[in-house]
Design a protein around this ligand. Structure first.
Ligand SMILES: Nc1nc2c(ncn2[C@@H]2O[C@H](COP(=O)(O)OP(=O)(O)OP(=O)(O)O)[C@@H](O)[C@H]2O)c(=O)[nH]1
Ligand SMILES: [Mg+2]
Length: 556
């Protein structure tokens, strides 16, 4: 018989791999029993909404950004002046090109919160006398986390196009004023020569040519838009060396030498730089953790994350404690232990803070070392490492964006494998599982096939004092296992990117107590093996070594 008790605790898990058949009864302490998971899905949760509005969501995973590339610099009207040469040739330089805006995925950036809602490329400098052209402006680079998806917005949420902006500036003007305004927006004149210029044949020809070119460009742009009818879409799941250009900077204007001809020896006009491209993009961040935890609010996901990693995820006995996905790293040592090596029960955050305050006040512990961090180990002691994401609780109808719906589902989509976390002490954990799976499927067909494990948490809350109670608990586990085997084994495997039919096995069910750190070794071992499998599948054998943090024995 094997108890999974930590020393000094009278609580025992009656369920472990080795002990499933031989249950150990133990005194059950029900002081911290959790409320049953009944949640009204129809009304948005005021508390979570309120928390969000208080700016507590530092982690930003969705953003709409208005982008405008830099305007080109204006061409210059100038004439070369030299002693004894009163009538020098035209010498105005061209304007520099406006800076483009590019997007690059970089490692180390973890949230979209550093990105502004409006981004402007640098304007190109104007040309100058003595044939000095303006320099082309450098690109503005938007750095996003790896795992960001960028989509162009074409519906009513998009910003103005250049044409619309121009129309707006011309609104309410008379026809004549419109003509003048348009000219002003396109031409630069030699001082006091505007009126003279406009009357000359050379200017009129140049203006006509410009209008023709503009029209041709518009037609070309419309044709290009029809050809690649799809709006811009970037899936940045790897760090990018080069930025992807999303808005091209405007061309610089021509200086007056451009208009020099046999008939016009002294052109007194130049063109202005063109506007930079405008685009409205939506950024969506999909968190990249190897394992995603999926469960109802209050199921104990954060507690589990804390038990497995050194993460300080918030834990509290009410729903929607977690608003920001937390990622922790599970590090497994050669001796099979993992995480911090901490053995104390995972307390609710409030209790924990209170206890720490008390300990500090009584002088029992100094500030340093009071967080229970592990004694650092030699790196070669580590055999496997993977990341695990605790997510906001999933609700029925999350796929319709109820609760924290989509933001939750987005963040788990890219995990290599998923693990369901259910409250095993609840009345019908199998129903919870069915709902969780249905939500994953409703959001993205095939997604539930990434689930490999069912973590039946809070197993310590089941009464297991008498023989009957033990038998009951065993029956409950058997029922859950039977449900998982019969109902949760995927039946079709057509969606790409997910496991193939041969690889589909029934999900494993592991009863645990995250709070009292019972039976977590098995969870870690299974998760480690799923991660390894998925990594191998994704990157092929040759890259395995590069990916594994340590070239050591991995779980089999
Ligand atoms: N007895 C017992 N209580 C647990 C266990 N795991 C979690 N709890 C308690 O359940 C409550 C909720 O735990 P959390 O980890 O905050 O739950 P969560 O799934 O992250 O919840 P949300 O963030 O709201 O989605 C806390 O009071 C925990 O102490 C367990 O194994 N046994
Ligand atoms: Mg939580």
């Amino acid at each position: 018989m094997k108890t999974l008790l930590s020393a000094g605790c009278s609580r025992a898990s009656y369920l472990s791999t080795a002990s499933k058949a031989s249950l150990v009864s133990c005194r059950h302490i029900s002081s911290s029993s959790s409320p049953p998971p009944t949640f009204d899905v129809s009304v948005p949760k005021p508390k979570s909404e309120w928390k969000r509005q208080q700016g507590r969501q530092r982690f930003l995973d969705y953003l709409i950004v208005n982008i405008r590339a830099g305007k080109g610099g204006d061409g210059c009207v100038a004439f070369h002046r030299e002693k004894f040469k009163p009538q020098g040739p035209p010498s105005g330089g061209n304007g520099g090109r406006g800076g483009s805006v590019t997007i690059r995925a970089v490692e180390g950036v973890t949230s979209l919160s550093g990105i502004g809602k409006r981004i402007r490329g640098a304007n190109g400098p104007n040309g100058q006398g003595t044939w000095q052209h303006g320099k082309n402006s450098p690109d503005t680079v938007i750095e996003v986390p790896v795992g960001t998806v960028v989509r162009e917005i074409t519906d009513s949420r998009r910003g103005k196009t250049n044409e619309e902006a121009e129309q707006e500036r011309l609104e309410g003007l008379s026809e004549e004023e419109k003509v003048n305004k348009r000219r002003e927006m396109r031409w630069v004149h030699y001082p006091q020569y505007q009126d003279v210029n406009v009357g000359t044949e050379a200017f009129q020809k140049a203006e006509e040519a410009m209008l023709r070119a503009e029209r041709a460009a518009e037609i070309e742009a419309a044709a290009a838009a029809r050809r690649n009818a799809l709006p811009l879409f970037l899936d940045l799941d790897e760090p990018s060396e080069e930025g992807h250009v999303v808005a091209t900077g405007g061309q610089g204007g021509f200086g007056n030498p451009f208009f020099l001809s046999s008939t016009n020896r002294s052109p007194k006009f130049a063109t202005r730089g063109r506007e930079g491209e405008r685009i409205t993009l939506e950024f969506e961040l999909k968190l990249l953790a190897d394992i995603g935890l999926v469960g109802f609010p209050n199921a104990g996901k954060s507690t589990l994350l804390r038990a497995l990693t050194n993460s300080r995820a918030e834990v509290a006995p009410y729903a929607f404690t977690t608003l920001n996905p937390q990622v922790g790293t599970v590090r497994v040592w050669r001796d099979g232990r993992f995480g911090s090596g901490e053995t104390r029960a995972v307390e609710d955050s409030v209790e924990e803070r209170r206890r720490r305050e008390e300990e500090l006040e009584s002088g029992e512990v100094s500030r340093q070392g009071s967080r229970g961090f592990p004694v650092p180990r030699a790196p070669h002691d580590e055999v496997v490492r993977f990341t695990i994401a605790d997510n906001p609780g999933l609700l029925a109808r999350a796929s319709e964006n109820v609760g924290l719906g989509h933001s939750f589902l987005r963040s788990i989509e890219r995990s290599l494998a998923l693990a369901y976390v259910v409250d095993f002490s609840g009345a019908a954990p199998w129903d919870d599982l069915a709902t969780l799976r249905a939500e994953l499927e409703a959001y993205k067909p095939g997604l539930s096939r990434k689930a490999r494990l069912v973590i039946a948490n809070k197993a310590d809350l089941l009464d297991a004092e008498t023989e009957d109670q033990v038998r009951e608990a065993r029956a409950k586990l058997a029922r859950l296992e039977a449900f998982v085997k019969d109902e949760m084994t995927p039946s079709d495997c057509d969606a790409e990117g997910y496991r193939t039919w041969e690889e589909v096995k029934a999900l494993e069910v592991v009863p645990v107590s995250a709070k009292y750190r019972q039976n977590l070794e098995k969870v870690v071992r299974l998760l480690g093996s799923y991660v390894r499998e998925a990594r191998e599948e994704q990157h092929g054998r040759s890259e395995r070594e590069a990916l594994a943090p340590q070239p050591a024995v991995l779980y089999s």
